[in-house]
Design a protein around this ligand. Structure first.
Ligand SMILES: [Fe+2]
Length: 207
């Protein structure tokens, strides 16, 4: 997840929720559909993932947004960002740059719009002395049309670009809530360690 915040808090166009008047059609449609799914107590993550893939397929909508994020550096653009509840951000990581491993304490969906996003999900057990038992539970090189979803407590992951997999990724990340409100964890799988992230701490951006 990015820590940057370079766009209006409520999304593209600035009008934001609760009203979505003036939003780009693809985003308005997405949020309306997502609201219908969320009327259930626990969102059906398969359906959430399907909606995210549908949105990510809108090349015409995303091409100009991607063009504003230079490929050589990390970048992001918030698309939907209410005070609470689901929020959507377009994230780019350049060649060979992978994010730190972290938890969210809320549900998450990730779908590439362009390029190849390598996604790793971890089973993690934290010990009081700072050690962590980390087991790679899933690893996928995700392309256009793919989606990964996570639900706490199985919400520990990292993602980004691995050299040699293809072009660097521009991906949609959908979060069920503002993860910066929660106590979270950041992990170093190589060292087998973890550290607490207090609310408001986005953690380290890239490793
Ligand atoms: Fe994440």
């Amino acid at each position: 997840m990015p820590s940057q915040d370079s766009v209006p808090r409520n999304g593209v166009g600035g009008s934001g929720r609760p009203g979505t008047v003036g939003w780009p059609g693809p985003l308005r449609h997405f949020v309306d559909q997502l609201d219908e799914l969320r009327s259930a107590d626990v969102p059906d993550m398969e359906q959430v993932g399907r909606l995210l893939v549908e949105l990510a397929a809108d090349e015409e909508f995303f091409a100009p947004l991607i063009a504003q994020i230079p490929s050589a550096a990390p970048g992001s653009r918030w698309l939907v960002r209410p005070e609470r509840g689901p929020r959507l951000v377009l994230v780019h990581r350049p060649d060979g740059v992978m994010g730190y491993t972290h938890s969210h304490r809320c549900w998450v969906g990730i779908a590439p719009v362009r390029g190849v996003e390598t996604h790793q999900r971890w089973d993690a057990v934290c010990h009081q002395d700072g050690r962590a038992d980390l087991r790679l539970a899933d690893e996928r090189a995700m392309h256009h049309g793919d989606v990964a979803t996570l639900v706490p407590p199985r919400d520990v992951h990292n993602h980004g670009h691995v050299a040699g997999t293809g072009p660097s990724p521009y991906s949609l990340i959908l979060l069920g809530d503002d993860m910066l409100l929660f106590d979270r964890e950041e992990y170093d799988p190589e060292q087998g360690t973890w550290q607490a992230l207090a609310p408001g701490d986005p953690g380290r951006a890239d490793r």
